[in-house]
Ligand binder design. Structure first.
Ligand SMILES: Nc1ncnc2c1ncn2[C@@H]1O[C@H](COP(=O)(O)OP(=O)(O)OP(=O)(O)O)[C@@H](O)[C@H]1O
Length: 624
C-alpha cells in the first residue's frame, strides 16, 4: 500500500493474485461480455436486500423506494448504475474491491487457466466464483464507484484495473452506490436501451427490486414460486433457474413444493445439469450453499444452508414461508423449529423426487447420478433417518452392465442365483482397472455379477451398508469367500498334487517372509497364476491406496497371496521344486508374482525391482 502526495486521494496497489485476475479478465474474456451487467445488477440487488433487512431488523432509515437505476448516454458512451442499498464504507471498499479475499478466486484462476488451455474462455464462469464486479473491465478501461453507508463519509473508488486503485472522500447525500464508466468502443452497444433491456430480460428479470432504465421499469419482479404448479411454464421456470443459480444452462429438472399444515411454505427447487465448478475445485464447498430463503415473499437469506442437509445443497432455488417473521435474525433462523421442520419435509420431498425421476425418467436420473452421485453418498453416513431411501438411490456399474450404465442393489438381488448368498463388489480406480483384477476371474467364469466400485467415495460408504435385503455385501478381495462349488469341478490332472503344492507354497512363504500373512492355494483364479486377497478384517486395497495417497499409512494389514495350482507357471515351478527346493528361479518368480499382483491392484510403490527382475526372466527365457 503506498500513499501519493495528493492530500485526499489515497492510492493503493492490488495484491499479486488480484493483478493476475484482472489481467485475465481484461485480456482474455471475450465471450458473453454482457455478464458485466448481470453482475452489477446482482451486487446492487444484494445491497438492496441488505438494506431492506436492516430496515426490518434494526429499523434503519428507509431511503425511499428500494430500486436500481441505470442511465446511459449513447453519444458519450457513458454508463451509470445506481442503487440505494446498504453502500460501502472505506474499509468495505478496500476489503471488497481491492483484495482477493475469497478462496473462490483462486479456484476461478485455476478454472480460467484450464479453459484457456482448452482454447475457450467463458465469462459465465465469473459469477460462480464471487469475483463478478471485475467483469466490468471487459467493457471499460476505468470504473468509478461512489458509495455511502449510513452514518459514515461517502467515498469515491477509482481504478483502471491495471495494478492500482484510488480512494478519496466525497460529498454524497444518500445511502447507496453509484457505479459509472465510459464504455470501450467495442462495447458501445451497451449504451443502447434495447441491448440493456434484452440483457436484463435474459439474466436479471427476477431481481426482486425494480430496475429502471432511464426511468422506465424493465424487469418483471414476480414471485414465480407462489404460482400454482399448473400455471408455471417451462420457459419462465428455466429463465428463473438461470437467474437464481447463475447457470447458463437450463436445469435438469425442477420441483414445485406447496405445503400447508404444521408449517406452510412454497418452494421452487432445481437440479443443475452439471456439478458447479466450485464443487469440484473446493473441498467442503457445499458448506455454504443452499436455496434462497424468503419470508412473506421477501428474501432473508441468499444461500441458506439451514434449509437442506449438506449432501443436498447442490440444489438451488427458493423457499418461501409464512411461518418466519420478517425481522428474524440469522441466528434465530438457524435455531428455529420452523426451519428444522421445513428441512425435514424438503429432504423427504427431494429424495422422493429423485426416486420418481429414476422410475419415470431414467435417462435424466442417470445424468443426475453421474454428476451428483458422489455427493448423495455422503448422506448415507450423515443422515441416518433417510439412510434406507438413500440406499435405494445408489447405482453401480457391474460386470453385467455396459460402461456408464447402472444397476441398483434391488436389481442385483433380484437377479442373484438361488445359491448365491452374498452381494459381491470389487473396488478400484476405473472400470478398466477393476475388470483386469485376477480376483474377478472366478466370478466371471461362473457368471456371478460383481458390482464395480470406481467412485473414490464408495470404499468409505459401501462397506458401512453391511447388508441389503438380508444379504451381506462383500468385497471379493476378501479371503473368506465361499468357493466350495468350484472345487468339485476341478479336473484332478489339471492341478499340481497336494504334496507338491504344499512344498512350493512353503518356498513362496519363505521367500516373501513378512510381506504376506501367508501363501495359500487359490480357488478363485482361472487364468492368472497368483493374486493378493485381504484377511476378513483387513482394509480394502482401494482404501489402503487412498490412505497412502493422503499420507495416512494406517499400517496396512498384510495380505494373503493366493496361488493357482492349475496355472502353467505354478506347475512348472512345482516340477522345479521337486528337483531342487533351492532353485533360485522359484524365488525370483515368487517375488515377481507377488509384485505383479501388487501392481495390478495399484499398490506397488516402486517398479524398479519389478522391471529389473522381469528383464532377468526374459533373458533366461530368450537364451538359445
Ligand atoms: N452495489 C454495491 N453495493 C454494496 N456493496 C457492493 C456493491 N457491489 C459490490 N459490492 C461489494 O463488493 C463485493 C465484491 O463483489 P463481487 O461481485 O466481486 O463479488 P460477490 O458479489 O461477493 O460475488 P458474486 O459475484 O458471486 O455475487 C460484494 O460482495 C459486496 O460486498
Amino acid at each position: 500500500m503506498s500513499e501519493t502526495n495528493k492530500p485526499h486521494v489515497q492510492e493503493f496497489e492490488y495484491k499479486a493474485e488480484m493483478k493476475q485476475l484482472l489481467n485475465l479478465i481484461v485480456h482474455s474474456l471475450y465471450t458473453h461480455p454482457e455478464v458485466f451487467l448481470r453482475e452489477l445488477i446482482s451486487n446492487a440487488s444484494d445491497a438492496l436486500s441488505k438494506a431492506r433487512f436492516a430496515q426490518l431488523t434494526d429499523g434503519a432509515e428507509s431511503g425511499g423506494e428500494l430500486k436500481i437505476s441505470i442511465s446511459v448516454d449513447k453519444e458519450k458512451k457513458s454508463f451509470v448504475i445506481e442503487d440505494n442499498g446498504i453502500g460501502m464504507s472505506e474499509e468495505d471498499l478496500i476489503a471488497n474491491l481491492g483484495t482477493v479475499a475469497k478462496s473462490g478466486t483462486l479456484g476461478f484462476l485455476q478454472a480460467m487457466k484450464e479453459q484457456k488451455e482448452g482454447g475457450k474462455l467463458d465469462a459465465n464462469l465469473i459469477g460462480q466464483f464471487g469475483v463478478g464486479f471485475y467483469s466490468v473491465f471487459m467493457v471499460t478501461d476505468e470504473v468509478v464507484v461512489e458509495t455511502k453507508i449510513e452514518g459514515a463519509d461517502a467515498c469515491r473508488w477509482r481504478s483502471s484495473g491495471e495494478g492500482t486503485y484510488s480512494i478519496e472522500k466525497i460529498d454524497k447525500q444518500h445511502r447507496g452506490t453509484r457505479i459509472s464508466f465510459t464504455l470501450k468502443d467495442e462495447a458501445a452497444d451497451f449504451a443502447e436501451e434495447y441491448r440493456i433491456e434484452s440483457v436484463i430480460r435474459k439474466y436479471s428479470n427476477f431481481v426482486d427490486f425494480p430496475i429502471y432504465l432511464d426511468d422506465k421499469k424493465v424487469n418483471s419482479v414476480e414471485a414465480l414460486w407462489q404460482k400454482p404448479k399448473s400455471e408455471l411454464n417451462d420457459d419462465e421456470v428455466n429463465e428463473f433457474y438461470k437467474f437464481v443459480s447463475v447457470d447458463y444452462q437450463d436445469p435438469l429438472d425442477y420441483l414445485h413444493v406447496s405445503v400447508e399444515g404444521a408449517v406452510s411454505f412454497k418452494a421452487l427447487l432445481f437440479l443443475p445439469k452439471e456439478a458447479p465448478m466450485d464443487m469440484m475445485y473446493q473441498q467442503g464447498a457445499l458448506e455454504n450453499h443452499g436455496p434462497q430463503l424468503y419470508a412473506h415473499k421477501v428474501m432473508i437469506q441468499h444461500e441458506c444452508k439451514d434449509l437442506l442437509p449438506e449432501y443436498l445443497r447442490f440444489i438451488s432455488g427458493v423457499v418461501d414461508t409464512e411461518d418466519l417473521s420478517l425481522n428474524v435474525s440469522r441466528e434465530t433462523v438457524q435455531s428455529s423449529p420452523v426451519m428444522s421442520k421445513i428441512r425435514q419435509i424438503l429432504t423427504s420431498k427431494i429424495l422422493g423426487w429423485f426416486d420418481t425421476l429414476a422410475d419415470e425418467q431414467p435417462e435424466k436420473f442417470r445424468q443426475f447420478y453421474k454428476a451428483f452421485g458422489p455427493v448423495i453418498k455422503i448422506g448415507l453416513n450423515t443422515d441416518f433417518s433417510n439412510r434406507e431411501k438413500l440406499i435405494e438411490l445408489l447405482r453401480f456399474e457391474s460386470t453385467r452392465t455396459e460402461e456408464g450404465q447402472y444397476v441398483t442393489l434391488k436389481e442385483y438381488v433380484g437377479r442373484m442365483a438361488e445359491d448365491q448368498k452374498e452381494i459381491y463388489y470389487l473396488s478400484g480406480e476405473s472400470r478398466r482397472q477393476v475388470l483386469s483384477q485376477p480376483n474377478l476371474e472366478y466370478f466371471q467364469k461362473k457368471g456371478i455379477e460383481v458390482l464395480l466400485l470406481t467412485d473414490p467415495v464408495d470404499v468409505f460408504v459401501i462397506p458401512s451398508i453391511n447388508e441389503y435385503d438380508s444379504k451381506p455385501l462383500k468385497s471379493i478381495e476378501k479371503a473368506d469367500i465361499d468357493f466350495a462349488a468350484s472345487d468339485d469341478e476341478k479336473k484332478e490332472d489339471e492341478a499340481v498334487s497336494a504334496t507338491l503344492i504344499e512344498t512350493l507354497l512353503k518356498v513362496f512363504g519363505d521367500t516373501l517372509g513378512d510381506r504376506v500373512e501367508k501363501v495359500v492355494e487359490s480357488h478363485r483364479l482361472v487364468n492368472s497364476p497368483a493374486t493378493l486377497v485381504s484377511g476378513s478384517d483387513a482394509m480394502d486395497s482401494q482404501v489402503e491406496k487412498m490412505l497412502k495417497m493422503m499420507n495416512k499409512d494406517a499400517g496396512a494389514a498384510k495380505k494373503i497371496l493366493e496361488v493357482n495350482p492349475s496355472h502353467p507357471i505354478i506347475k512348472n515351478l512345482a516340477s522345479r521344486c521337486m528337483l531342487n527346493e533351492n532353485d533360485p528361479m522359484i524365488r525370483t518368480v515368487a517375488e515377481q508374482l507377488y509384485e505383479g499382483a501388487l501392481l495390478l491392484e495399484g499398490n506397488l510403490d516402486s517398479t524398479v525391482d519389478f522391471v529389473s527382475r522381469m528383464n532377468q526372466l526374459i533373458e533366461e527365457a530368450t537364451k538359445s
